[in-house]
Design a protein around this ligand. Structure first.
Ligand SMILES: Cc1cc2nc3c(=O)[nH]c(=O)nc-3n(C[C@H](O)[C@H](O)[C@H](O)COP(=O)(O)OP(=O)(O)OC[C@H]3O[C@@H](n4cnc5c(N)ncnc54)[C@H](O)[C@@H]3O)c2cc1C
Length: 388
C-alpha cells in the first residue's frame, strides 16, 4: 500500500459541527427562539468552514462530502439549536438535488459560485391550495427565449429573506398536468418576494418561514435537467427524511441528556438510593437507541444505493424513506414526552436549567412538516400497486 501524501486529510465533520454547535449555536439558541430571528452567527461559522458547499464535488470547489457527513453535522447542530439544524438540513437537501440532477454548464458554474461565496439555498416546494402535496404544482414556468418567469403563492418559505438562491417547483409549462414539474433555480436578487403574514409559531422559530408571493425570473439553463418526479424520488425526499431524521435525533438526544443529568443529580443528592426516574431513564434509552438505529440505518441504505437508479426508483425504497419520516418524527415526540415525565416540573418550567420547553415546542413541528397523515396516505397508495 502506498500513502498518497497529497490527498486532502479526511474532515471530521462531526467534531467540526460539535465545536460550532457548542461555541456558537447553543449560546444563541434561546434568543433565536425568543425573537424568532435567523441564527446569523451559526451560519457565519458554518460558512467560514465551507460547510455550505461541503457536498459539492472536489473538482467544482467543494469537499465531496456525503449525505451521512451532512447528517452528522445536522444532528450536532440540532442538539444545540433546532432552527440552525433545520436551516442547514434544508439547504443541504437542495444541494443534494443540484449535484445529482443539475448537469448543464450554467449549473456547474453555479456550483462553483456556491463554493466560492458560500451561498445559502432556500426552497419553495409547497404551494397555497396544494398543501403538503409537493408532487403537485399549480403555478407554471413561462419560457421567454433564454429566460423563464414564474409566479408562485408559497405558504411557507424558510429563510427566504436570508437566502441567496431559491429552488422552486412549478409545472413545466402552462399546458402541463400538476405532476409534470420542474425544479427552477433563481437568485433572490431576481425575485420579488412579497411577504404574506408573519412566522410566529410554537417551534422552529429561527427558521423565519412566513408565506410569500414569489415573482421571479432566471436564465432557462438554471432549470434542473431531470424531471422533478425523479429529483424528488431519488434525492429530495430521501435526503430530506434522512437529514430531518438526524436533526430530530439530535433534538431527542438533547432531551435525553437533560433527563440523564436530572436523574444523576437526584442520585447524588441521596447517596445509596436509586431515584424513581432511573427506571424510566432506562426505558427512555431503549427508545433512544431505536431512533439511533433507525436514522443511521436509513442513511447507510441511501449511501449504499446512491448511484443505483433502479433501487432508488423502486416502490420499496419510497415506502422505506416515507416510513423513516413518520417513524423518526413520532419517536422524537415520544422521547421528549418521556424525558419530560422524568424531569417533571423542572422540565416544564421555562426558567429552569433542566427546561424542556424549547425542544418540546420544536418537536411538534416534525410530524406536521409534510404531514405524517399525508405521507401514510402516499404509502397506502404505493402499497396497493407494489408487487414486492
Ligand atoms: C418549520 C417548517 C419549515 C418549513 N419550510 C418550508 C419551506 O422552506 N418550503 C416549503 O415549501 N415548505 C415548507 N414548510 C411546509 C411543509 O413542508 C408542509 O408542506 C406544510 O407544513 C404542510 O402544511 P399543512 O399542514 O397546511 O398541509 P397539508 O399537508 O395539506 O395538511 C393539512 C391537513 O390535511 C390532512 N391531509 C392532507 N392530505 C392528506 C392525505 N393525503 N391523507 C390524509 N390526510 C391528509 C393532514 O393530516 C392535515 O391535518 C415548512 C414547514 C415547517 C413546519
Amino acid at each position: 500500500m502506498t500513502l498518497d501524501l497529497d490527498a486532502p486529510a479526511a474532515v471530521d465533520y462531526r467534531a467540526l459541527a460539535r465545536r460550532i454547535a457548542t461555541e456558537v449555536a447553543a449560546p444563541a439558541a434561546a434568543e433565536v427562539d425568543r425573537d424568532a430571528r435567523f441564527p446569523h452567527e451559526s451560519f457565519a461559522a458554518l460558512r467560514a468552514e465551507g460547510l455550505l458547499s461541503a457536498m459539492i464535488p472536489v473538482e467544482l470547489g467543494g469537499a465531496g462530502a456525503t449525505v451521512s457527513d451532512m447528517a452528522a453535522v445536522t444532528e450536532e447542530l440540532g442538539m444545540a439549536c433546532a432552527s440552525t439544524g433545520m436551516v442547514f438540513a434544508m439547504h443541504q437537501i437542495q444541494i443534494n438535488s443540484l449535484i445529482r440532477h443539475g448537469r448543464s454548464a450554467a449549473l456547474d458554474e453555479l456550483k462553483r459560485e456556491i463554493c466560492r461565496d458560500q451561498l445559502l439555498v432556500a426552497s419553495a416546494t409547497t404551494e397555497v391550495g396544494i398543501g403538503g402535496d409537493v408532487r403537485s404544482s399549480s403555478c407554471h414556468v413561462q419560457l421567454e427565449g433564454d429566460t423563464f418567469r414564474v409566479t408562485k403563492q408559497a405558504p411557507v418559505i424558510s429563510y427566504g429573506e436570508q437566502a441567496d438562491l431559491l429552488f422552486l417547483t412549478a409545472r413545466r409549462n402552462a399546458d402541463s398536468p400538476p405532476n409534470d414539474q420542474v425544479l427552477t433555480v433563481m437568485r433572490i436578487k431576481d425575485i420579488e418576494l412579497e411577504r404574506v403574514g408573519e412566522w410566529n409559531t410554537l417551534g422552529f422559530r429561527g427558521t423565519c418561514s412566513p408565506g410569500f408571493v414569489v415573482r421571479g425570473h432566471g436564465p432557462a439553463d438554471l432549470i434542473l435537467d431531470d424531471p422533478y418526479g425523479d429529483i424528488s424520488a431519488r434525492s429530495m425526499l430521501p435526503s430530506a427524511h434522512i437529514l430531518w431524521g438526524h436533526l430530530w435525533f439530535g433534538m431527542a438526544t438533547q432531551a435525553v441528556n437533560q433527563a440523564r443529568a436530572f436523574v444523576r443529580a437526584a442520585a447524588r443528592s441521596k447517596p445509596g438510593t436509586v431515584p424513581p426516574g432511573a427506571q424510566r431513564l432506562a426505558e427512555l434509552m431503549v427508545v433512544h437507541q431505536q431512533m439511533a438505529e433507525l436514522v443511521r440505518g436509513a442513511a447507510a441504505r441511501y449511501e449504499a444505493t446512491y448511484d443505483d437508479v433502479d433501487a432508488q426508483s423502486s416502490i420499496s425504497f419510497a415506502v422505506a424513506m416515507n416510513s423513516l419520516k413518520v417513524s423518526a418524527s413520532s419517536l422524537l415526540i415520544d422521547i421528549v414526552g418521556k424525558a419530560l415525565v422524568i424531569v417533571g416540573i423542572m422540565g416544564y418550567r421555562e426558567d429552569s436549567a433542566y427546561s424542556l420547553g424549547r425542544v418540546l415546542r420544536d418537536a411538534w413541528g416534525a410530524p406536521l412538516m409534510v404531514n405524517n397523515d399525508r405521507i401514510l396516505g402516499n404509502n397506502a397508495q404505493l402499497l396497493l400497486v407494489s408487487k414486492d
